[in-house]
Design a protein around this ligand. Sequence first.
Ligand code: ADP
Ligand code: MG
Length: 698
Amino acid sequence: MKGNSKNNLVLPIAASFASKAVQEKLDKLGIINEFDLVLHLPLRYEDETHLCPISNVLEGKTVQVEGVIIHSEVMYRPRRQLVCQVEDGSGILFIRFLNFYSSLIKTYSVGARVRLLGEARLGFFGTEMVHPKCHIVREGMPLPDALTPVYPTTAGLSQAVIRKLVRRALIGDNRVSNLSETLPNKTLKRYRLNSFKDSVMFLHQPPSNASAHLLQERTHPAWCRIKFDELLAQQLSMRLHYQQRRSHSAPALPGRNELTKALLESLSFSLTSAQRKTFSEISRNLSEAHPMQRLLQGDVGSGKTVVAALAALQAIENGYQVAIMAPTEILAEQHYQKFSHWFAPLFDSLGITIAWLSGSQKRKHRQTALSDIAEGNAMLTIGTHALFQEHVEFNKLGLAIIDEQHRFGVHQRLALSMKSTKAGMVPHQLMMSATPIPRTLSMSYYADLDVSVIDKLPPGRTQVVTKLFADTRRDEVIVRIREACCVGKQVYWVCPLIEESEVLQLKTALETYETLSLTFSDFKVGLLHGRLSSQEKLSVMELFKQGDIQLLVATTVVEVGMDVPNASLMVIEHAERMGLSQLHQLRGRIGRGIEASVCILLYQRPLSEIACKRLQIIFEHTDGFEIARQDLRLRGPGEFFGVRQSGIPMLRFADPERDETLLNDARCVAEEVLRDYPELAQRHLQRWLGEKRKYLRA
Ligand code: ADP
Ligand code: MG
């Protein structure tokens, strides 16, 4: 590969080629430089490479015909329109234009030879085309030998203009730099990739015999090369970013087997092998003098919390503080309770405290917490978003643990990790995901993180049996609840999600609570929703935990963290409104004890197609990773992650799930190229991400 310096440039589109008005439209399409034009690939193609005799034109087929106008007239019934008859020796075709400038009447007057591309149908006058693509030709004018690309565009920017600009990028003065190769030859060979230049030339101007199917499905080798390049750019950028973060210093926090050992001894269970494996991965990272960036994944109930607790203790036994951040107050509170329960016996003798920070807490309490954190009395701080507020100063923060990391924006995550320890050191970071992320997605979008997966549930879990009930069978559900409560089991009743209105949701929860309290007047019914004060929430949860409440009516706040093993029946109302991961999380609240557990999904007809699919998936599957994969298939990565929140840049061409092989290859090539050809890596990134690069800083 020759290092031509001119090749390093991504060239702006010259003002002489695109007027200011055109450039503004291009901006809308994300086209800023010439290379963006090279990557502005067609949506589809039109076949203008041959002509179809009019007598062979079939209804519903898009074809090109050529003929001479033998009649042309403006008609006024049923509305104003220009109607022409075109004859080609084999037959006659009618063409109609409904909206037209008067100049068209003259252009399409009798005797004019026209080439038409359009879909034929049987109309009022006979075989006709309405608004075909139409232009005047000379007799014998040659046909194009490539398919005609149709590009994505925006209002006011015609295909003709885009085509001209793209053509210029492909064959104009800058073609060498625009089309230069960014992969070493041996990589192309090893991974059987076409050259970049051949691939884009092919996609912009496929020969007439190109397989329409492979082009449409984007499985043609030319498409594979483009998708590979896109995935490679993503991997390069993530790996570079990873390396950059690794280059910072962090306090080395080696395992000392003091507090961690004490916790393990105090637990009523022993770790599963999956938990041991993931903790040893984390432990090793913590002992290094570079910031850890690790994502801990596992299905609902797989026991991530205790692994996080061990990580926290390893930091604390080295004299460093730990912060645990959760996305909701209720989840943060659960953690606070659990960690207090586990850690208090270990901390009390050492005079260490745990601090609590949340947006809703009283000023006075907050002040105390803040000074405990700043002075280093509080070795562990648990809280919500309040944790990354600027006035939270840690004495010696060594580890930040972020639960349900995908609910936080990238910037919030950064803010916490940048609360640097003394002497310019960066704390270690452990992220946890409650929603299992399919492997392909985490390989692609989380390539800047190390990933640990707890792939087995703790022993003794009972399978939850899921039942689908139409809302009309409510009475049967009531009977089941009564039976369960009578034998000492506990029940969740989850109220419907009402996305449009939180007020309405609350109202529904209150009404449900009242109705069920009357129905079950002989049992104790509790109510839990997001608007209760923290104190109220805590006390309801405590009563439920202790078995003083038999039936807990709750909004989806129980989705996260609730851990009451004796609860073995759950009813979810209007299950058809909920997303798959939400249903899976909710259902994960039961099946935690020894009792056989049942989850009843109440749904109301009519069911949309997607709701029907979701219910079927949740009915058929219990494995969170499998559910996540199906969810991804239903919704695509953007929706799966909730792009806007997460700030994750999406892929335009490649689909990590469908293009898994390319993704695997891109991952390997990224490592090689970064190591052996750093300049090519830079050029590849510059091309693909250019201005967009900054958004990848996560
Ligand atoms: P999640 O991964 O969903 O956060 P949790 O950490 O809340 O799961 O764990 C779910 C439940 O399993 C808790 O009650 C926890 O105490 C229990 N648990 C965790 N690890 C084990 C284990 N190795 N053996 C038995 N129970 C365990
Ligand atoms: Mg959890």
